[in-house]
Design a protein around this ligand. Structure first.
Ligand code: NDP
Length: 446
């Protein structure tokens, strides 16, 4: 329930942003949590901090024209929502997916403000992308698209201004083509303008692994305070992209057994445990579909269009997309013995699903805390770029682990301090909000 002091704020967000369902959901979830923080800090209400946080500092929408290999002209739409720069340059990924629209980018950008604040690193919040669908496109088509997008976007970026990274549909290959075009237009080798770069040209070790690894580190912290561990536990991870693959890798390193993963076409159930080498070969090398996995692993069953949350597990990591885990799915998971959920994706659990988990006492780590390892390691990449240095894998992974431990501690302690022990949603929202709000008060009316 939204605190009555914030009801008007929420009504105004709905009125000013019609039709943006995911953005409404993301704002509603934060407003439901932060009532006690507003009561504690009346100056935040007086300075209209919440109204200001809900309004992006700048929204850029632009045309992205490009040509297919057979010369057909295509028009896509590009977005960059620069949401909040109170804590540092705008920071957040670019998503290429046909479902991308302004409401999706705003929900992601809004979440990013609090996530970035939780890392305790100097980064503001933003998000961007395009409704371009990379599936089935040749390398040269994707490159032409990336170059066209950057031809407009470059003027809004800069290492002290706005620093995009990857997200769904944008990996190291796309970051390379966008960085190349930025360098060409500006005549500047400005490494710190994009993160997720290749290791040979300014990238950071562990960035590829960071979101998935970080989600597992957060999960381990949640289990630890309950006197439990991850070793030997049966896990299910949705998706089979960047976040999912590296969540699976870390789970396996920590001794867990992962029995399911998916893509938008269907699900794999492999009771013997997912063979990560086979999965990586299909998804990272061949850029293939998850259905190919069962052809190479006799123990695995592929179900087209199946529901991944029907597979029994003790730990669930939704790592695919928003609202992929419903109230019904949460009920099913609990009935099958699920004790912990860490969100690798952004807002993958519906509000009803979150309530079901919390009412049942399941350890529930919301995305803005559990998946913050990706952006945190992007900030470490910026640090390395600024000092023209490059750190070892072990050192960077160590930094990532301690950042995730710090985020967990801050969510856990904040939830306790505000009378909601064990509620990581409340803890993450209030801890992130307070940090941004204090900075906004300090910076004056901007
Ligand atoms: P990828 O594009 O690498 O992978 C996405 C995966 O999710 C693919 O397997 C995709 O399948 C699957 N998927 C997408 N939509 C659906 C759907 N509707 N139903 C089932 N499966 C689906 O993206 P990432 O791994 O980078 O991102 C995944 C999530 O994590 C997103 O919510 C993203 O915002 C979030 N995130 C990512 C970070 C990062 O560093 N990359 C950082 C923090 C959060 P298919 O190939 O069939 O489309």
């Amino acid at each position: 329930m939204i605190d009555e002091k914030l009801e008007d704020v929420y009504a105004e967000v709905l009125r000013r942003n019609p039709g943006e369902a995911e953005f409404h959901q993301a704002v509603g979830e934060v407003l439901e949590s932060i009532g006690p923080a507003i009561t504690k800090h009346p100056e935040f209400a007086r300075r209209k901090i919440i109204q200001r946080i809900c309004e992006p500092e700048r929204q850029i929408i632009f045309r992205v024209p490009w040509e297919t290999d057979d010369g057909e002209v295509q028009i896509n739409r590009g977005f960059r929502v620069e949401f909040n720069s109170a804590l540092g340059p705008y920071k957040g990924g670019l998503r290429f997916h046909p479902t991308v629209n302004l409401g999706i980018v705003k929900f992601l950008g809004f979440e990013q403000i609090f996530k970035n604040a939780l890392t305790n690193l100097p980064i503001g919040g933003a998000k961007g992308g395009s409704d371009f669908d990379p599936k089935g496109r040749s390398d040269s088509e994707v490159m032409r698209f990336c170059q066209s997008l950057m031809t407009e976007l470059y003027r809004h970026l800069g290492e002290y201004t706005d620093v995009p990274a990857g997200d769904t549909g944008v990996g190291g290959r796309e970051i390379g083509w966008m960085f190349g075009q930025y360098k060409r237009i500006t005549n500047r080798y400005e490494s710190g303008v994009l993160t997720g770069k290749g290791i040979e040209w300014g990238g950071s070790l562990v960035r590829t692994e960071a979101t998935g690894y970080g989600a597992v580190f957060f999960l381990e912290e949640m289990l630890k305070v309950r006197g439990q561990g991850i070793e030997g536990r049966t896990c299910v991870v949705s998706g089979s992209g960047n976040v999912a693959i590296y969540a699976i890798e870390k789970l396996l390193q920590e001794g867990a057994v992962v029995v399911g993963c998916s893509d938008s076409g269907g699900i794999i159930h492999d009771p013997d445990g997912i063979d990560l080498a086979v999965l990586k070969e299909i998804k990272e090398v061949e850029r293939g579909r998850i259905c190919d996995y069962s052809e190479r692993r006799p123990s695995a069953v592929y179900t087209e269009g199946g529901n991944i949350w029907d597979i029994p597990c003790e730990v669930a990591l939704p790592c695919a997309t928003q609202n992929e885990l419903t109230g019904r799915d949460a009920t099913k998971l609990i009935a099958n013995g699920c004790i912990a959920v860490a969100e690798g994706a952004n807002m993958p659990t519906s509000p009803e699903g979150v309530r079901v988990f919390q009412d049942a006492g399941v350890a529930f780590g919301p995305g803005k805390a559990a998946n913050a390892g990706g952006v945190a390691t992007s900030a470490l990449e910026m640090q390395q770029n600024a000092s023209r240095d490059s750190w070892s894998f072990e050192h960077t992974e160590g930094r990532l682990r301690s950042i995730m431990e710090g985020i967990h501690a801050s969510c856990y302690e904040t939830a306790e301090a505000y009378g909601s022990p064990g509620n990581y949603v409340v803890g993450a929202n209030i801890a992130g909000f307070e940090r941004v709000a204090r900075a906004m008060v300090a910076l004056g009316l901007i």
